[in-house]
Structures are given as C-alpha cells and as structure tokens.
Ligand binder design. Structure first.
Ligand SMILES: [Zn+2]
Ligand SMILES: [Zn+2]
Length: 424
C-alpha cells in the first residue's frame, strides 16, 4: 500500500510537473508567439512606414519633377509666344500673344526691362500710323533698355545677360549722307519698333551700330532715355551754343524739358516757355533760370524779350512744340545774329509765314535738327551715366503692359506726365 501511495504521489508529482512543464511551454510558446507577433507587427509597421515614406518620397519627387517639367514647359511655351502691344490703327492698341522673335545672324533678342512712352508714340496712337516709322498692324514702342537673352550667330560684342540699350534706328553707313557725317539723314535709316513687349528683336544693323552696354549702376529705365536724349543733345549742339548764352526753349513736353535740362547743364541761361502748371515746376527743377507760362504767343514773345538785356532777344531759340505758330514765335525771340532751331516736327503739308526782312537784315540763322547719329547716342548715354543728368525727373509713372491704352489716354489728357515706364 505504501508503495502504491508513493507511486501515486510520484505519478501525481510527475503529472503536476508535466502540467507545469506543459504550461511553461505553452506560456513560452505564447510569449514566443507574442514576441514573434510583436516583431512581425513592428516589422510590418516599419515596412509600412518605409513604404509610406518611400511612396511619399516618390510622390514628392514626381511632383517636383512634374513641377519642373511644367515650369520648363511653360518656359518653352513662353519661347513660343509672348505678350506684346500691337497697333491696329487710330487709338487702337491691343495686347496680344505673338511669337517670341528668334535671333538670326547678327541679331539679339532682348528681354525688355523698361519701355518708355514717347511723344512720337502718342502722335502715332492718335493718328494710327507714322509715315517713316510704323504702318499698322505693327509692334509698337521704340524707347527701351533690357537684358540680352539670345545672341545671333556672328555677334561678338554681346553675350546673354548683358544689360543694353538698343536705339530705335541705325544708319546704313554707305549712302552719301552717312559718308558725310550726317547719319541722321541716312537715305536708308532702319527703324525698329516693338518695345512694348516682353521681348524684342534687335536687327543686325542696330546691334552693330546703335546698341550700347549699360553700366551696372544705371537703372534700365534711365538707360531707355538714351534715344530721346540723343535727339535733345543733337538739337542743342546743332544750335552752336556757348556757355552763358541765353537760350529760350518753346514747349514743356518731354523733349522741350530735355533740351532745357541739357542747355542748363552746359552752362546756358535758360528761359522755358510753357503752358501748363506741371511744366512750370518741371522746368524749374531741371534748371530753367526763368519760366514764362502763357498760352499767348504775343505775351510769350514780349515776356521773353523782357528778360534779355535791352529787350534784344535771346541768343538761341529752340522750338520744341511742332506747330507753325511756335515756329514763327521762335523767329521773333532771337537777337540780331541769333540762331533759331526748328526742332519740333509739324504735321505733313504744314507751311509757315516768316518775316523775311527780319531774318535777312538781322542775320538770323535758321536751323532744323532731325533725329540722332551713333556718336550723339553715345554722348547721351554718357550723360545719363554721369550722374548730373536728372533721369528720374523724366519718368513720372510706371505701368504694366496691359495698361498701355489707359496710359496713352491719360497722356492725351494730362500735361504733367512726362514719360511712363512700361514694365512688361
Ligand atoms: Zn521717342
Ligand atoms: Zn546711310
């Protein structure tokens, strides 16, 4: 019996041990399984995170790549077309998508930094054409400075990125007038229009003769003044001035103001004859010693002569309005031996009546100056770069290309505006 009890106990212990053992194994299995499960879960989780990150990265990369492609595509598209002002006729400018020009041999493509409004453009806007410069439908605008973006074959003077001012014309260099130092009268003057646009093509001849580098410190919109300033400098120098001369300038428009400023900088005593209040201030700021403000020609003549010693008249009178009455007025302003410059161009077919006795017996020199020469253009840009010339005073407004119609309408009605810089 005792042995059977012992056996039973032994058996029971074994059973308990085996149960415990089994239980331990089960627990271990479970723990093992759990660990495995946790690891699996963690593993799967990590994989999932990796996958998500990976996918995210791919998404971002493809988005960036897509973005880059879109940008490139857009640039390519811009290469295809650009916004530009197209003149269709009288007071009809439309901003259109037109092909971006490409540089042929000797040419440049310039991204327009600033294009300035000009009295000539205003005339063209009113009339719808310009006999020598523009026949609609045509790209429009001619005073600009910008950055070279494409260089045609054979161009050595310029590289992409150069800041330049490209003049609106260039002489042929071959004709009688070019050979005689009167390139402004060239028989084959080549004009370029299209400054009111994102890009402009500069023809080979203008690249070779009338495209100039702009110094870093000179804003592009100041450099764009080179063309009108060249006309002003030309008109002034053609009048053979001497320092201390009394110079009367008729007209307070952009060119009248430029001529008087150039004359003042050259040491002349300037009398500005203007109509509008805004022009009075501008004339004073730009160096006029006296300002005669009147709409009456009789009064302008009397008041101007009264400012000269013994009423004798000025040494030089420069007409910068372009109407026959002002041409006649100019002749009445000068002293014996004086010089008149008919600088303002009148409408085609205009005639004037002049007192021949006065001209002959007073030994009056009559001159008329048109346009500019390459040498004068360089002089004008030097004047702008030099710092004494108040370029900023001539730019009285800024506008975007799509506001161009409104800008011209405003210029027709308001007389205090000098030039507006159009930024494409
Ligand atoms: Zn102009
Ligand atoms: Zn020529």
């Amino acid at each position: 019996m005792a042995s059977s009890v012992k056996d039973a106990i032994l058996r029971g212990r074994k059973t308990v041990e085996s149960v415990v053992e089994e239980g331990r194994k089960k627990v271990e299995d479970v723990v093992e399984g759990g660990l495995n499960t946790v690891e699996t879960v963690v593993e799967v989780g990590l994989n999932t995170v990796d996958a998500v990150v990976g996918k995210g990265r791919q998404t971002v990369e493809s988005a960036v790549s897509l973005g880059r492609k879109t940008v490139e595509h857009t640039l390519l598209n811009r290469r295809g077309t650009m916004k530009a002002a197209v003149l269709h006729g009288r007071e009809d400018i439309r901003i259109e998508q037109v092909p971006v020009p490409e540089a042929a041999v000797g040419e440049l493509i310039v991204r327009v930094g600033a294009a300035l409004t000009c009295g000539t453009d205003l005339k063209v806007f009113r009339r719808g054409y310009h006999a020598r410069m523009i026949v609609p439908p045509a790209l429009f605008g001619h005073e600009l400075a910008g950055t070279v973006v494409e260089v045609g074959e054979g161009v050595t003077e310029f590289v992409s990125g150069d800041r330049v001012v490209a003049l609106n014309s260039a002489p042929c260099g071959q004709c009688y007038f070019c050979q005689h130092g009167q390139e402004n009268l060239c028989d084959d003057l080549l004009f370029n229009n299209g400054a009111y646009a994102e890009f402009i093509r500069i023809p080979a001849r203008i690249v070779a003769k009338n495209t100039l580098h702009v110094l870093d410190h000179v804003p592009l919109e100041h450099a764009a003044l080179t063309e009108p300033l060249a006309c002003a400098v030309h008109g002034f120098e053609d009048s053979h001035p001497h320092p201390g001369d009394m110079v009367a300038v008729i007209g307070g428009g952009p060119l009248g103001l430029m001529i008087l400023h150039v004359a003042a900088l050259a040491g002349c005593e300037v009398i500005a004859i203007v109509k509008h209040d805004g022009q009075v201030e501008a004339a004073r700021q730009l160096g006029a010693t006296h300002v005669v403000q009147t709409g009456s020609i009789r009064k302008a003549i009397a008041d101007t002569r009264a400012l000269t010693p013994k009423n004798r008249g000025v040494d030089i009178a420069i007409e910068a309005v372009g109407v026959p009455e002002a041409w006649q007025e100019a002749v009445e302003l000068v002293r014996k031996g004086g010089t008149v410059n008919f600088f303002g161009g009148c409408a085609q077919g205009t005639h004037v009546t002049l007192d021949t006795n006065r001209i002959h017996y007073n030994d009056i020199t009559l001159r008329a100056t048109f346009h500019h020469t390459p040498a004068i253009c360089r002089k004008a840009l030097d004047l702008i770069s030099g710092g004494r010339f108040q370029a900023q005073a001539f730019i009285t407004g800024h506008a975007h290309l799509y506001e161009l119609n409104r800008v011209f309408e405003k210029l027709m009605n308001r007389d205090s505006e000098i030039k507006t810089a159009i930024v494409p």
